[in-house]
Design a protein around this ligand. Structure first.
Ligand code: ADP
Length: 407
């Protein structure tokens, strides 16, 4: 068991809390990017269950169905459980995934009352996620006020997107109010941007598109390692077809649904976030594995549409980059599905993508042929270790005089 200081990484959702523990500093045989362990509490509000694996030991606990336990209860439980399980270790800091940092937060930020109030004002921009992220910060702060808490944003990495590309074709006053493109999955993209030089130094210094294909899916165009464009915009609905989210849609269709189908905001939100995408198209499942295994024509069509969209939007981002040096696949589908990678690369043959089928089947990391005009890679992402890194870096900076962390 680790006898050291730890960074607690928290990813809080509406019904689940995922956590992991990282060394607060390199030392002994501790490798800073390797978690000691972690776990999750899921089914909050339904049938809460706790599962964790720490120092080689697995622990499970459940609570009676229907017992109304709020999030605060579970943070208390988690801290008590950590104190009991790892008595010789201390939590040096907590790093939180916070979905929205608006335009102001361009870097990880130490949370105090003023920061929390600013993040609260962003709730209308991400009403499904931000409240839970902030509830986690508040609950931990109440239970353990001495632990510094760091907010790590999904939007921050995209603040380098040129101002013009952050606009929609609406009157400018809407952008000033906050209706603009933000981009998401930034923690994943920052991790990949940091790893890319060790795989492909030329692409890292040039133009790369990263395809984060998981349950949520998006593309990011990297120029010299910085975000130049993202297929997600104002919300996490935009861009690619996802597990249950619709991706690009004609805004006229939404007006139709509101006016002709009598949908209210809650029904529309449910349709677009939870009932669309691969699930809605296939009528079968949101999980790509189920669709690939099915012979239902609608499942096959959903898979084709998923790959069409990725290829179309790679082309759009390549236009923004003025060319393309490499394409990187990451996240659940991107890292694990050889047939999806192959189907996407076939659609990008005109751009010079030439897949090495054996390398693709073997899982990479290099999956392009020697003659491929663009580098093709599989690079596993690790958002949790990115949060741990950002938290550590911010705390290290605090010990020395340092400029403000917010842009
Ligand atoms: P999240 O976006 O929730 O973090 P992940 O990045 O873990 O999700 O991706 C989860 C998704 O990856 C699953 O829903 C599933 O569709 C897909 N997936 C995982 N393994 C495979 C596989 N071997 N083949 C195809 N798809 C896979």
């Amino acid at each position: 068991m680790p006898n050291t200081n730890m960074v607690l990484v928290v990813n809080a959702g509406s019904s689940s809390i995922k956590f992991s523990l990282y060394p607060a500093a390199a030392g002994g045989d501790a490798r800073v990017d390797e978690a000691f362990g972690g776990g999750l509490i899921e089914g909050i509000g339904i049938q809460p269950q706790f599962k964790a694996r720490i120092a080689g030991q697995t622990v499970e606990e459940s609570w009676p169905q229907g017992r109304s336990l709020d999030h605060e209860h579970f943070y208390g439980f988690l801290l008590d459980w950590l104190a009991q399980t790892l008595p010789q270790a201390a939590i040096a800091a907590a790093g939180h995934r916070v979905v929205h940092g608006g335009t102001a937060f361009a870097a990880p930020t130490l949370v105090d009352g003023a920061v929390l109030a600013e993040l609260e004002r962003l709730v209308p921009l991400a009403p499904l996620h931000q409240p839970h992220n902030l509830a986690a910060i508040r609950a931990l702060g109440a239970r353990a006020p001495g632990i510094p808490q760091v907010a790590c944003f999904d939007t921050a990495f995209h603040r380098s997107i040129p101002a013009r590309d952050q606009l929609y074709g609406l009157p400018l006053s809407f952008a000033e109010e906050g209706l603009r493109r933000y981009g998401f999955h930034g923690l994943s993209y920052e991790f990949i941007a940091g790893a890319l030089p060790t795989y492909d130094a030329d692409a890292a210094a040039g133009r790369t598109i990263v395809a984060h294909l998981g349950n949520g899916a998006s593309l990011c165009a990297l120029q010299h390692g910085r975000s130049r464009a993202c297929t997600m915009g104002f919300s996490t609905l935009d861009g690619l077809i996802m597990g249950t989210r619709c991706g690009n849609i004609d805004p006229g269709a939404l007006i139709y649904l509101l006016r002709e189908k009598g949908m209210d905001v809650a029904a529309l939100e449910k349709l677009l976030y939870k009932e669309s995408g691969l699930l809605g198209l296939s009528g079968l499942s949101a999980d790509m594995r189920d669709l690939l295994a099915s012979d239902k024509p609608e499942a096959g069509q959903a898979v084709e549409m998923f790959c069409d969209r990725v290829a179309q939007q790679v082309a759009a981002l390549a236009a923004q980059l003025g060319g393309l040096d490499a394409l990187v696949f990451t996240a659940g589908i991107g890292e694990r599905s050889a047939p999806i990678r192959a189907a996407i690369c076939r659609r990008l043959a005109w751009l010079g993508a030439e897949l090495d089928d054996a390398a693709n089947a073997a899982g990479g990391p290099r999956i392009g042929t020697a003659g491929s005009r663009i580098g093709l890679w599989i690079i596993p992402t690790d958002e949790e270790s990115m949060i741990a890194r950002q938290t550590r870096a911010l705390l290290a900076g605090r010990r020395q005089p340092r400029a403000a962390t917010r842009a």
